[in-house]
Structure formats: C-alpha cells, structure tokens
Design a protein around this ligand. Structure first.
Ligand SMILES: Cc1cc2nc3c(=O)[nH]c(=O)nc-3n(C[C@H](O)[C@H](O)[C@H](O)COP(=O)(O)O)c2cc1C
Length: 324
C-alpha cells in the first residue's frame, strides 16, 4: 500500500487521537507493528501564530516515519500558510481533519462541519495541495447525519482537488463515537475513488479488522480506541493477516509492564508531573477488563509518581495471580 510515493510495511494505521496519541503512544504502537501514524490534530491558525503549545504537538522522531501531521481549520489561505509552516517539520504526509465532531471545532467551521460545505472543503484541499511538497490526505466521516450521508460525492470531490488518500470513519457526525459502523458507505467510497481508502471505526480485534477489510475492500485499516490500553492489538491483527496466527491474550504481567513502559515514556518526553497526570487515563485503560477493574480505575487517579505507579502495578499483578 502506497500514498503518493510513500510505502507502508503493512496496512495497519494508528488513528490520530488528541490528548492520547502523542509521541509516546505512537512509538509504542509502532513497536507493536503499526505502519502509519498521525500526530494529534494541530490548529492551522495556531500554527501560523507560532503558538508554543501547537508546536509541541508536532514533536516527533525519525522512528515514527512515515508520519502525517494533521491540520484542522476552515480558511483556505490560513491552511496554505499552515501547510508551509508544518513542512519545516518534514512530515511525510499532511492530513486534513474533516471528521472531528467536537463542538469547539465544529462551531469554528472546521472538522466534520466541512462535510456540510463541500465547496469550501474543496477550496481547502486545493490550497493545501498547492502549498505542499508532500501528499495531502483527508480524513472524513460518512456525513453530518443519517439524512445527509455524502461521503462518496465528498471523497470524489476531494480526490479531484488532489487528495492523495481518503480516510473514512464509518460514522456520521451525529453518531459521534456510538456503536454501529457503516461499512457500506466506506465500500462505496472505495469503489468511487482511485486513491487509497483507509477504513476506520470500531476496529478492536481480529474479527472487527477482518470485517472492515472484507466488507469495504479498503486499502488500509485505522485503529483508534481499540488500541487504548491495548497497543499490542496491532501485532495481534498483523500476525493474523500475515500468518493466520492467533496470539494468546497477553498475561497481566505483560500488560502492566507495557503500561509502565508507556507512562515512563510520557514522563520522559513531558516531565514526570505532566506525564503521570496524563498517564492516569492510560492506566485506567490498561487495567480495563481485569477483575476488580473499577477499583483500579479509582485508584489510578491518585497516583502521583512513577514509583507509586510501579508499586501499584506490582500489587495488581499479585492480586490478579491470587484469582488464578
Ligand atoms: C480521544 C480521541 C481523540 C481523537 N482525536 C482526533 C484527532 O485529533 N483527529 C482526528 O482526525 N480524529 C480524532 N479522533 C477520531 C479517531 O481518529 C477515530 O476516527 C475514531 O476514534 C474512530 O475510530 P475508532 O472506532 O477506532 O476509535 C479522536 C478520537 C478519540 C477517541
């Protein structure tokens, strides 16, 4: 699978996730076999005003390549200026966010709101493509709501303006993140365009990965929430697609060691104070599904240092072993 001239080692991508899929998490997922990652979304306006926090979101390393920087915005000229700025960071791809449902983003005319204004979205893609020296891709939803599902025409229009790939999240804006993935619309987009289509939504294991691939014919699959607390989901799916091998569920020790490694990395990149606080939500995800997980979820909100995290993990392992 290729986007422009960029080749990927497999067809598994990590979804962009603001506040979650930072450098630490992306590196971890790549270690487990994700072939393609995207930064958290970055405001095009923030980029041209040289906002420090916006620039921090662009902190990535060579080990993460191929990587896309994702921009959101609603003004074609601002997007063009932002594209020029982000090119200084040397991304492999620039992705445009046309799927975010968050009110703050939608109310500014960006994210999924653009699916209601295809001609403005087309202008945005055109000006990004003209300003860019790397492929520009677009991430969309199936439409704004059930009454206005327009992903097929929308994707065709984006392709005609130069988009090099289209990611389709198989839900409408109104559905937000609720269950029920519209595979048919993704399949129709795949048939309608010539550029690669990345299928996204609800993939959390081998069966849901196969369902997305088989029902849509998409070129690549993108995993978001299914990787939270389970970054090894990439190797599970990769091993199955390559060798038809089903890996056993990792033991609790391995899960919690991965959690520690992950939160240590966040602390390394952002300092222990911020890292631990950001790490708490990940700790809740890593312990989800264990016996007593509600208690662990409450407890992890109190953790305030890496030392506390490590001894908490040891106690959980002992407790879980006592149930075996
Ligand atoms: C916490 C969170 C943050 C997200 N941030 C972004 C983002 O910055 N850009 C984007 O295009 N999508 C974002 N998304 C949407 C995901 O990329 C993905 O499309 C969505 O979660 C559906 O995939 P999934 O069912 O595998 O989670 C976010 C989703 C979540 C849960």
């Amino acid at each position: 699978m290729k986007i422009g001239n960029i080749e990927f080692k497999n067809n598994l991508a990590l979804a962009p996730m603001a506040g979650v899929a930072d450098r630490a998490f992306r590196e971890l997922c790549i270690g487990y076999g994700a072939a393609y990652v995207t930064t958290e979304m970055v405001s095009a306006k923030g980029m041209i005003y040289d906002d420090r926090k916006t620039r921090e979101l662009l902190d990535f390393t060579r080990s993460e390549r191929p990587i896309a920087i994702q921009l959101f915005g609603s003004e074609p000229d601002v997007i063009a200026q932002a594209v020029k700025k982000v090119l200084e960071f040397k991304p492999d791809i620039i992705d445009l966010n046309m799927g975010c449902p968050a009110p703050k983003i939608v109310n500014s005319g960006s994210g999924s709101k653009l699916m209601k204004s295809p001609s403005l979205a087309a202008e945005i893609v055109k000006s990004a493509v003209n300003a860019s020296t790397v492929p520009v891709t677009v991430k969309i939803r199936t439409g704004w709501d059930e009454e206005s599902v327009n992903a097929v025409e929308f994707a065709k229009l984006m392709e005609s303006e130069g988009a090099a790939a289209i990611t389709v999240h198989g839900r409408t804006r109104k559905q937000m993140y609720s269950p029920g993935i519209d595979y048919d619309t993704i399949a129709q987009v795949k048939r309608a365009v010539n550029v690669p289509v990345i299928g996204n939504g609800g993939i959390k294991d081998i069966p849901t990965a196969c369902e997305m691939l088989e029902r849509t014919g998409c070129d690549m699959i993108m995993i978001g929430q299914g990787a939270l607390g389970r970054p090894w989901v990439f190797s599970e799916i990769d091993d199955y697609l390559r060798f038809c091998k089903i890996l056993p569920e990792p033991p609790v020790e391995m899960k919690l060691l991965t959690m520690i490694k992950h939160i240590e990395k966040i602390c390394e990149y952002k300092g222990e104070y911020v890292g631990i606080r950001e790490g708490r939500k990940h700790a809740g995800w890593y312990t989800k599904g264990l016996k007593n997980s509600a208690k662990y979820r409450r407890e992890c909100g109190q953790i305030s240092s890496l030392g506390e995290l490590r001894s908490w993990a040891v106690d959980i392992i002992k407790e879980q072993k006592s149930y075996e």
